[in-house]
Design a protein. Structure first.
Length: 148
């Protein structure tokens, strides 16, 4: 995923595969043309910003450390981690992109585009062929609250 978001390959990327016509799907949310377009818009915005590896890591921290997940019991801790990731991103952008005061805001637009994409659509398109049907909220909750 990092490679997809941080370095646009030569030529056009193939769009995420939609389910084959007539093929039965058992997922909770079948991807629509609008869902696919939202993913394509998100990727295009990421590529246009030429997101660095560090920016990707901070954005990933901001997304993964989500205190709004239902059932989370350590919300203040997770919220603190999210705040730290956002602050580190802001500081990195300030130091590396001195002439581009709007870059931090542009990166936040990328996050808003990502949040507009249904997590179950992502699971259906990218995870179901590999590991079967999964609920992304359950998977994130398990990862965040797992004892290390």
């Amino acid at each position: 995923m990092q490679r997809i978001l941080t370095a646009r390959q030569q030529g056009e990327q193939p769009p995420p595969r939609a389910p084959a016509p007539g093929r039965p799907q058992h997922g909770p949310h079948l991807p629509s043309a609008g869902d696919i377009q939202a993913i394509k818009s998100f990727l295009a915005k990421c590529w246009s910003l030429d997101i660095s590896t560090k920016e990707y890591a901070y954005l990933k921290g901001t997304v993964l450390f989500n205190p709004d997940l239902p059932g989370l019991q350590c919300t203040q801790y997770i919220e603190g981690l999210q705040r730290e990731a956002q602050q580190a991103l802001k500081e990195h952008v300030r130091l590396v992109h001195r002439g581009d005061e709007a870059r931090f805001a542009k990166l936040n637009v990328v996050l808003s585009l990502l949040r507009s994409i249904n997590a179950n659509v992502v699971a259906e398109l990218f995870f179901r062929p590999i590991i079967g049907a999964v609920n992304m909220d359950d998977m994130l909750l398990e990862m965040l609250c797992a004892k290390l």
